[in-house]
Design a protein around this ligand. Structure first.
Ligand code: 7TS
Length: 408
């Protein structure tokens, strides 16, 4: 199916929020990399849960609990299929990307020693830096950084030089949130495995745009959250290879994650429950499945190709503005444009755009090391989704031109 099949007008009708106004102007939502909007089918799933079968899962003999449990577990299976995990219990429900990363970082505290090294990429969100720094402080392991270049790509030759028998873990994002660069993770994973190192891929920015295949990537851990892929906040998944998930200790103790509890000793439940202590976000878990259904019905190839068209169009139009510089110029990137205009603070541009109903993000995007690399305080970031249009991009370009005139 080609992107010609994407009927954007029809798709926009699925998203009630897209018809609202902001500051008296029609909303133009270009902050999709922070959180995507929610289609009616996903909203309906949440309403249906609380209206019809709200109850706790995995514990009641009563009908509601069984219905909720069945739907929650059916959603896990849907996600297993979507991500092509070998087994449903390799999909652990989390509260989001950050939770998934912390779960793994905490687990490795009992594995790493002061002899070990872990590699982080220069392109990471703070979520995929700070938990590992905390881990290294606890274990005495060394954190080493895979450098980036001016285009906002990882320097892969340097990565190969950093890898050694000491490397135990590599963590890298699939796509950079600040620049949109798509990293060559499949090759990076294979290279790490040659040294026996495990790899965690932060897929927060990739899952809204493509369909990662866990078995094909041969990745050890992959994390993402629903709220950037048309689902609700407060729910995400951690994919982990069974061997690793068996090996790692539980993250939190509590109900649901146990087999037997006595005051002398507790034995843990099997996967996935070992990592799912407490009552989860049940409606969120079910709605995550509905969000994946929604996106798959459009098709990820269709989505990617349409978004790429938006990216090319916006890049070309924005670059016509004198003094505008785009950060992140890799050939391999997704629909994120980070930019600045010479002599103008990004925050001021964002504020003026907001007055025009245009939502962008400004600042360091929780990726301060990237900003330090470019020696800038931050950027204006416009991130597009499949429900955005070229005419919205025209309005953005017009808005940036106006902001430039007002501020210079
Ligand atoms: N990793 C990446 C690559 C991200 O882009 C984000 C969120 C996270 C981790 C954290 O996700 P959370 O859902 O657990 O908070 N990124 C952004 C962003 O770019 N703007 O707002 C949030």
């Amino acid at each position: 199916m080609s992107h010609m099949a994407l009927n954007v007008d029809q798709i926009r009708e699925d998203f009630p929020i897209l018809s609202r106004k902001v500051n008296g102007k029609p909303l133009i939502y270009f902050d999709n990399a922070a959180t995507s909007q929610t289609p009616q089918s996903v909203i309906n799933t949440i309403v249906d849960y609380y209206s019809n079968y709200n109850s706790n899962i995995h514990r009641g003999v009563h009908a509601l609990s069984q219905e909720a449990t069945d739907l929650y577990e059916a959603s896990r299976q849907k996600l297993q299929e979507h991500f092509n995990a070998k087994r449903a219990y390799e999909i652990i429900f989390t509260s989001g990307t950050t939770h998934g990363i912390n779960l793994i970082a905490s687990g490795f505290a009992s594995i790493l020693t002061s002899e070990d090294e872990v590699l982080v990429s220069a392109l990471e969100h703070h979520s995929n830096i700070v938990p590992w720094q905390m881990l290294c402080e606890r274990t005495g392991s060394q954190l080493k950084v895979i450098p980036m270049n001016e285009e906002g790509e990882l320097v892969i030759s340097a990565y190969h030089e950093l890898l050694s028998e000491r490397t135990k873990l590599v963590f890298v994002n699939h796509i950079s949130n600040a620049l949109g660069t798509i990293n060559p993770i499949k090759d990076m994973i294979a290279a790490a495995h040659n040294f026996g190192a495990a790899v965690l891929v932060d897929g927060a920015q990739a899952c809204p745009h493509l369909k990662p295949d866990m078995q094909d990537l041969d990745v050890d851990f992959y994390v993402c959250g629903a709220h950037k892929m048309c689902g609700p906040t407060g729910i995400g998944i951690l994919y982990g290879k069974e061997e690793w998930l068996q090996k790692l200790p539980p993250y939190q103790g509590g109900g649901e994650m146990i087999d037997q509890v006595t005051f002398e000793k507790t034995t843990y439940a099997g996967l996935p429950h070992k990592f799912e202590a407490g009552t989860p976000n049940i409606a969120g878990g079910i709605a995550f499945g509905a969000a994946v259904d929604y996106m798959n019905a459009i098709g990820f190839e269709t989505i990617a190709s349409y978004e790429h068209e938006l990216l090319s169009y916006a890049t070309e139009k924005l670059l016509e503005i004198e003094g505008l510089k785009i950060y992140g110029t890799s050939d391999s990137k997704t629909s994120v444009i980070s930019f600045n205009i010479e002599g103008i603070h990004p925050y001021d541009i964002g504020t003026i755009l907001d007055k025009m109903g245009i939502a962008v993000r400004t600042g360091h995007h929780c990726a301060q090391p990237i900003m330090d690399f470019y020696q800038i305080p931050g950027t204006v970031r416009a991130s597009f989704a499949f429900y955005n249009t070229k005419s919205e991009i025209d309005a953005l370009v017009e808005g940036v031109r106006k902001a430039k005139m007002m501020l210079s």
